[in-house]
Design a protein around this ligand. Structure first.
Ligand code: ADP
Ligand code: ZN
Length: 759
């Protein structure tokens, strides 16, 4: 027997190894093994078991690592697809489908010594007073972890051992599952009676499940590997405004899957994976007749917790998985449903190799495993909505809020008018209408959320005399002033320096240096000046130092101990506070000025999400959007809650300029510390591209050009953008190009397929 093995060190090749007889029954596709490679032993994964090999003198597998079959053939298959599509070595793809905590050689369940009471045979042996005390406690508990018993009984191991000698108890190691939510008390919830729109959506999902189940087995196995974008897939797109009850639809769809013996994966952006969200799923499924474990996978769990959650899924005990991006690889057997909530979120894209997009992987996985995929969003990505419009997905619309609340009234405030009134051309932080709005909320005891997507005090330090701007030595951005720390900081690389009192430019030294631009820290300060009695809290990366801070601030806000919450995008999404009746967006233009063709889309999404925080209770909500470009379509359509209108305008622009969804993009970035070398290398890559793919129909090659962020973390960056009709063929061509490309040692090429970040 011969095993074909992919090594975890990146060599982009597979090697054949002979299987020693004593390991034969433990080796199968997906088994992780240790193998000799050169003088070392390295880790690898068995990708095939074959009878013969073209090579002779095969070396033998040294050992099997962990339990066998950690990687199911299906997940392995998905990893291979990912490697091909996203142009990365199979080894790299394999690493991301198994969490580190599971993959590590020593990873295992936590075992602790437990003391177990044995049935008393015959007469009760004589005990000392000390032993009797311990025995009394044990009789009540029947079983306890040794450490807990020792603490509880204030006794020593010695005494427990005496009881063991007398045959009363047994001390033995036992697996102790780590449950990250063990301390939460979760009350079970019942399915809600749904409104007609929800019923319609659920029926459509159920119908799709029926069609999947009816697909004959023959057709299933013959299914050719799906190539993204080319195949027809039966997933669905659920477009429902915030608060329309999408989550309730997901919950009931999962219940349907469970009844059919199928499992489900729910993907949620990391930022929305709050205890609140997890609780909603646990409350519905963790108790009662359907009682199944809900496993949670995300980066805030400890390695041990992640290990245990993963194995609960692998063993089939947890049939429902909620998690961030990488949960799309969860080893759920007989998968019936994948939900991708907030499918437009860019955090689904991994920004390091493999640069996969979890939503797209979900669609591919669904097609391969005949699972229904539901993409949900209040503001679907232009790509997904386009796919739905042309019939690739079925479109389900839920245009009104589940509880009959109205969507908030959105007013746009023209900052140009306001700044003419303001002092010396610099606009005030708060326009008059917004100030007035906050004032009224404070009087009525209602709450306000203020949103600004920039932390710190001010975004740059400028000398009005010589024009000096404090920039980062490592990156091509200006430094942000953080007043509380009295420091200038770079938000790209973290560089920080003491804030100067005079202009640091040689020969200038003027004392009139100015801080311009607005950050959340300054918003908070201004608020306290304007409304000295208001209770204000700020939520951004600077104020969240500890894991609990996030929760603590939100609890204080929920219980009314805070009147005004100021924050960055971490408060834009998912939060549900019925007493919030006013939302202010301080500077809507911030996301419009990003040099990215999706800037308009992102602004529309952000405004819609933030607005959705207002008026979730009995009182209608009001939203003020402050902007210098009040007539920009992204702002105007968001004001009218008009997604369809925005989409129509946006696709027109995308089609003209051949941007997605009318093309697919591959972004090549060359990085290095020597700018000339980077530039020359980029020109070389462009020449190679012209030779290899230059004649393809419908292809647009742009660049090389300096990236918008030309220098980041001391690396210069040059880009080439490829726009093409279909990606699979391009991915193959790029992998070939990369394999033969000769670049200077200190210049690197990064290939990003379907990038979401062009900066
Ligand atoms: P979404 O996920 O679309 O933002 P949610 O599922 O969170 O919306 O629903 C918003 C609110 O409406 C929640 O408080 C939820 O309990 C409530 N809700 C949802 N569906 C119904 C229903 N059919 N009847 C009554 N309340 C509902
Ligand atoms: Zn920097």
């Amino acid at each position: 027997m011969i095993a074909r093995v992919t090594l975890e060190i990146a060599v982009r090749k597979e090697f054949d190894y002979s299987v020693p007889a004593d390991l034969a029954d433990r080796i199968e596709v997906g088994t992780r093994v240790k193998i000799p490679f050169g003088p070392r032993l390295v880790m690898g994964v068995v990708t095939a078991v074959v009878e013969t090999s073209p090579h002779t003198n095969l070396r033998s597998i040294a050992s099997v690592v962990g339990i066998s079959g950690m990687l199911t053939p299906r997940v392995l298959d998905l990893a291979r697809w990912m490697a091909g599509y996203y142009c990365c070595p199979v080894e790299v793809a394999l690493k991301s489908v198994l969490p580190d905590s599971v993959r590590k050689e020593g990873a295992k369940w936590r075992e602790r010594l437990h003391v177990l009471v044995l049935p008393v045979m015959g007469e009760m042996p004589k005990l000392t007073a000390r032993q009797r005390e311990v025995w009394n406690i044990l009789e009540e508990w029947r079983e306890l972890p040794l450490q807990e018993l020792l603490a509880l009984a204030e006794t020593t191991l010695e005494t427990v051992r005496r009881l063991e000698d007398k045959g009363l108890v047994r001390v033995a190691p036992k697996v102790d599952e780590r449950d990250p939510y063990a301390r939460e008390e979760i009350l079970p919830s019942q399915a809600l009676k749904m409104n007609p729109e929800q019923d319609h959506a659920l029926a459509a999902i159920q119908g799709a499940m029926d069609r999947m189940a009816a697909k004959p087995a023959r057709e299933r196995s013959a299914e050719k590997p799906a190539a993204m974008g080319d195949e027809m897939v039966p997933p669905l797109l659920l477009h429902g405004v915030t608060g329309s009850g999408k989550t309730e639809v997901y919950l009931q769809a999962i219940a349907v899957a469970l009844e059919r013996g199928l499992g489900a994966i729910v993907l949620v952006p990391e930022i929305s994976l709050t205890p609140q969200t997890v609780e909603r799923f646990k409350a519905r499924f963790s108790s009662g007749p359907k009682g199944t474990l809900v496993a949670v996978l995300h980066s805030h769990l400890s390695a041990g917790e992640r290990h245990d959650e993963w194995h609960k899924i692998r063993q089939g005990r947890a049939r429902i998985v909620i998690g961030a991006r990488s949960a799309v690889f969860a080893p759920v057997d007989r998968l019936g449903l994948i939900v991708v909530d907030e499918e437009h979120e860019h955090s689904y894209k991994q920004e390091e190799a493999p640069r996969y997009h979890a939503r797209d992987v979900a669609v591919v996985r669904g097609a391969r495993e005949r699972a229904v995929v539901v993409l949900g969003s209040a503001t679907p990505s232009v790509e997904s909505y386009h796919n739905a419009k042309r019939g690739k997905y079925s479109l389900l619309e839920m245009p009104s809020r589940a509880t009959d609340q109205k969507l908030p009234l959105v007013r746009v405030v023209d900052l140009r008018v306001d700044s003419r009134r303001g002092e010396k051309g610099t606009p005030g932080v708060f326009s008059e209408p917004l100030k007035d709005g906050i004032h009224r909320r404070l009087e009525k005891g209602e709450q306000t959320i203020l949103f600004l997507n920039r932390r710190g005090y001010s975004s740059s330090l400028q000398c009005p005399k010589c024009g000096y701007v404090a920039g980062c030595p490592n990156c091509s951005v200006s430094l942000t002033y953080h007043r509380a720390l009295q420091r200038l900081m770079c938000h790209i690389c973290g560089h920080s320096a003491a804030a100067p009192v005079r202009c640091p430019q040689e020969g200038c030294g003027d004392g009139a240096i100015r801080y311009t631009g607005l950050g959340t820290e300054r918003v908070e300060e201004t608020l306290l000046k304007l409304f000295p009695k208001a209770r204000v809290a700020r939520m951004d990366r600077d104020t969240l130092k500890k894991k609990e801070d996030y929760r603590r601030i939100l609890t204080e806000f929920r219980t009314g101990r805070i009147d005004i919450l100021v924050g960055t995008q971490m408060i834009a999404k998912g939060l549900h506070f019925p007493n919030v009746t006013l939302v202010g967006v301080l500077y809507a233009d911030l996301s419009l000025h990003v040099p990215d063709f999706r800037a308009g889309e992102r602004t529309f999404q952000l405004l819609t999400q933030v607005s959705g925080r207002a008026g979730r209770g009995d009182v209608e909500g009001e939203v003020f959007v402050q902007s210098f470009t009040p007539f920009h379509p992204a702002i105007q359509f968001a004001r009218r809650h008009d997604y369809a209108g925005f989409f129509e305008a946006e696709v027109e622009f995308r089609e003209q300029l051949k941007y997605p969804p009318f093309s697919r993009i591959a972004l090549l970035t060359l990085k290095g510390r020597n700018e000339d070398k980077v530039k020359l290398s980029a020109e070389h890559v462009r020449k190679q591209l012209d030779l290899r793919v230059g004649s393809w129909p419908g292809l647009v090659l742009a660049g090389p050009a300096p990236a918008p962020l030309v220098k980041a973390e001391t690396f210069y960056r040059y880009q080439i953008m490829i726009r093409c009709r279909a990606m699979s063929r391009m991915s193959r061509a790029l992998a070939e190009l990369e394999a033969t490309l000769k670049l200077p040692e200190d210049v690197h090429l990064v290939i990003d397929i379907d990038p979401v970040n062009l900066v």
